[in-house]
Design a binder for this molecule. Structure first.
Ligand code: NDP
Length: 276
């Protein structure tokens, strides 16, 4: 077996993932020696695939759509933020053989919004579209930035209501379906559905975005996602995709695994030039 430390991302679909490229760039930048691959893993094969990965020398895993809640259930130990989110995107083998679960999505998003895009969250009305694993990871870190309110809208309303039940102690939070959004407007709309991956868009009223508001799509693509295009068409101050979040959450995962924090700005710049 190779002596190079092995890492991977599991998900379905996974072929579009930039995580292997990002971690390779982090490794080069920080002088770390590791190998990181992407593996298509359906939910029903998740437990076997993770067990086999760690049993065969794997050191750390990222988990993406639709595996984050399964990864949460798998992890024997969890960080406080993962415990709160009930979703895990990072698994790390510990010295005693146990598996630590963390969630770096929320810190990745907040760092990208505030640090990279200068999108202020304090006092803002925020709409989150979607109530899946990604939403679970971002609600608490967003509430920590003291927005005026967060509304979670989801196709399956019960899942949005469930999140409100879990997180409402931390700030002003409410749930609804897409068709109940008609009379409201928001300073920041975050698309945390996976609909961009299939070039779909939830039904969105034309006045949903407030004047000077911004749009953020957690999904990312080499060309503008359908939600980023919706934002641009509706006069968003900024309408950006989740490439920066991807790099920032990856940097946190890299730090957990390797104890070294990469510098993200040059990596984001490079990836932006590569997609044109
Ligand atoms: P999940 O599979 O856990 O959840 C998917 C969510 O999307 C659910 O709320 C689901 O609604 C909704 N949805 C799916 N298809 C549609 C559709 N056609 N119309 C409306 N709603 C739809 O996925 P995740 O939460 O893990 O990921 C969501 C997105 O965030 C993905 O695009 C993922 O790539 C991206 N992401 C990006 C990150 C980054 O670093 N940039 C990090 C994490 C995620 P319902 O509940 O009704 O099924």
């Amino acid at each position: 077996m190779s002596s190079i430390d092995r890492y991977a991302v599991f998900g379905q679909p996974i072929s579009h993932s930039k995580s292997p490229r990002i971690h390779q760039l982090f490794a080069e930048q920080t002088g770390q020696c590791l190998h990181y691959s992407a593996l298509e893993v359906p939910a029903e094969q998740f437990t076997d695939a993770v067990t086999s990965f760690f049993a065969n020398g794997g050191k750390g895993l990222n988990c993406t759509v639709p595996l984050k809640e399964l990864a949460w259930a798998y992890a024997g130990l969890k960080t406080e933020r993962a415990q709160r989110a009930k979703a895990v995107n990072t698994l790390a083998l510990q010295e005693d053989g146990s598996i630590l679960g963390d969630n770096t999505d929320g810190i990745g998003l907040v760092t990208d919004l505030i640090g990279n895009h200068a999108i202020n969250l304090s006092g803002r009305r925020i709409l989150i579209l979607g109530a899946g694993g990604a939403s679970r990871g971002i609600i608490s870190p967003l509430l920590a930035e003291a927005p005026e309110s967060i509304v979670i809208a989801n196709r399956t309303i019960a899942k949005a209501q469930q999140l409100v039940g879990e997180f409402s102690e931390q700030g002003k939070l409410s749930a609804c379906g897409f068709n109940e959004l008609n009379t409201q407007s928001f300073d920041l709309i975050i698309n945390a559905t996976s609909s961009s991956l299939t070039d779909d868009l939830p039904p969105l009223a034309k006045d949903l975005l407030a004047n000077q508001g911004s749009c953020y799509d957690l999904a990312y693509s080499n060309k503008a996602t359908v939600f980023v295009r919706w934002g641009l068409e509706h006069n968003a101050l900024k309408s950006v995709d989740g490439l920066g979040m991807l790099v920032e959450q990856a940097a946190e995962a890299f730090y957990i695994w390797r104890g070294v924090r990469p510098i993200t700005a040059p990596i984001i710049d490079l990836l932006n030039t590569e997609r044109h």
